[in-house]
Design a protein around this ligand. Structure first.
Ligand code: GAL
Length: 393
């Protein structure tokens, strides 16, 4: 009898623990893709999602590593009599399954959006109380990525609500990247690691550079939580605004550089069909992307401040470093910098000795700049960066 009871307890524990987990190793590198929100807002439709998938599959982005096409808010309409979610038939006449199949046929992955509360931020049906039904549908449709928002959640507790959906996804038996989106509420960096693969750490990014809640503000907020970033558990500073009208080419390049320096998820948020060639070149720069995707996933830290130019350092898995010299001002500034220094990472408490034994490669100008034996002198335009890769010789 005692033995049977022990077995029963063990079985119950096994079922609970087996359910209470996220899918392992789903995002060893920061996820890359495109999301509809920053450009299309609520005007998202089946036709424009297909066009974005076509563009990503043929313009070099797919080869550069972008893989997810994510529909954000506004695809949902109601629930049917059994409680299953119903897509807006006017915007998505062929249905979500057909759209997922289309995206997959382009060799890409498909993402969708819901909300942990009663309604999404745009007042569509939320998933609270319907976690299993929604997860089941996503699995049937072939969803690969779920962005899960935090609107209309009065009285609810974020780790509890997010864990419910994590468990529902697990029960639905399709590996789906789970993107937590509390906009920084409830400090997801403290609990998100066991629940999802990435978590939005700040309020929404605005289509601005140095004002409001734009690129620079978010970059500064993120540096305070860099220690929580690691493979399969990424701080998410929000989708890219590169290529949208609020940023010029220089600002877009700086924005992209900073996101790569942070090992941030790279979710393009512009219209991929209207993109200038210069923006496409930025988004697909292989060396910049390799820095973002470096397997250590250590975000940059502030190394030095010289003549108004900040030097940010990111250690890389091969023993090299990425360095971003950032000129925040609107005026040109001249950099004189001596490479050979001992550098202490203030959060990880690690010391790096940068000696003369590294080559220096300028990523955006695609040229060698000698080695760390010599000091570097360079003029950096206002709001621009000098983005370099140091490689052990
Ligand atoms: C916000 C979220 C945005 C977008 C929007 C949709 O809460 O942070 O990225 O998803 O909701 O309504």
């Amino acid at each position: 009898m005692v033995k049977q009871f022990t077995l029963l307890v063990a079985l119950i524990l096994f079922v609970v623990i087996a359910n209470a987990q996220k899918y392992p190793n789903m995002a060893p590198r920061p996820p890359m893709g495109w999301n509809s929100w920053n450009f299309f807002d609520c005007r998202v439709t089946e036709a424009n999602i297909k066009r974005m998938a076509d563009a990503m599959a043929s313009n070099g982005m797919k080869e550069a590593g972008y893989e997810y096409i994510v529909i954000d808010d506004c695809w949902q309409k109601s629930r049917d009599k059994d409680g299953y979610i119903v897509a807006d038939k006017v915007k998505f006449p062929s249905g979500i399954k057909a759209l997922a199949d289309y995206v997959h046929s382009k060799g890409l992955k498909f993402g969708i959006y819901s909300d942990a509360g009663l309604q999404t931020c745009q007042k569509r049906p939320g998933s609270a109380g319907y976690e299993d039904k929604d997860a089941q549908r996503y699995a049937e449709w072939g969803v690969d990525y779920l962005k899960y928002d935090w609107c209309n959640t009065g009285g609810m507790t974020a780790p509890v609500q997010y864990s419910k959906m994590r468990d529902a996804l697990y029960r639905a038996q399709r590996p789906i990247v789970f993107s937590i989106c509390t906009g920084g509420d409830a400090q997801p960096w403290l609990w998100g690691d066991t629940v999802g693969q990435l978590w939005r750490s700040t309020q929404d990014i605005q289509d601005r550079f140095a004002t409001g809640h734009g690129v620079m503000k978010i970059f500064d907020e993120m540096s305070r939580i860099r220690i929580y970033n690691k493979p399969n558990a990424w701080n998410d500073p929000d989708m890219l605004q590169a290529g949208n009208i609020g940023l010029n080419e220089t600002q877009s390049r700086t924005h992209f550089t900073l996101w790569c320096m942070m090992s941030a998820p790279l979710m393009a948020g512009n219209n991929l069909l209207l993109m200038e060639p210069a923006i496409l070149k930025i988004l697909t720069n292989k060396k910049a992307i390799a820095i973002d995707q470096d397997k250590l996933g250590i975000p940059c830290f502030l190394w030095a401040n010289a003549n108004g130019i900040e030097a940010w350092l990111k250690p890389l898995a091969d023993g090299g470093y990425a360095v971003c010299f950032l000129n925040r001002s609107k005026q040109h500034a001249t950099l004189h910098f001596n490479w050979q220094q001992q550098v202490m990472d203030p959060d990880y408490k690690k010391t790096y000795n940068i000696d003369g034994g590294y080559t220096v490669f300028d990523i955006w100008h695609n040229k060698e700049l000698g080695s760390t034996k010599e000091s570097i002198t360079s003029t950096i335009k206002g709001q621009d960066v000098l983005f370099v890769l140091l490689k052990k010789q």
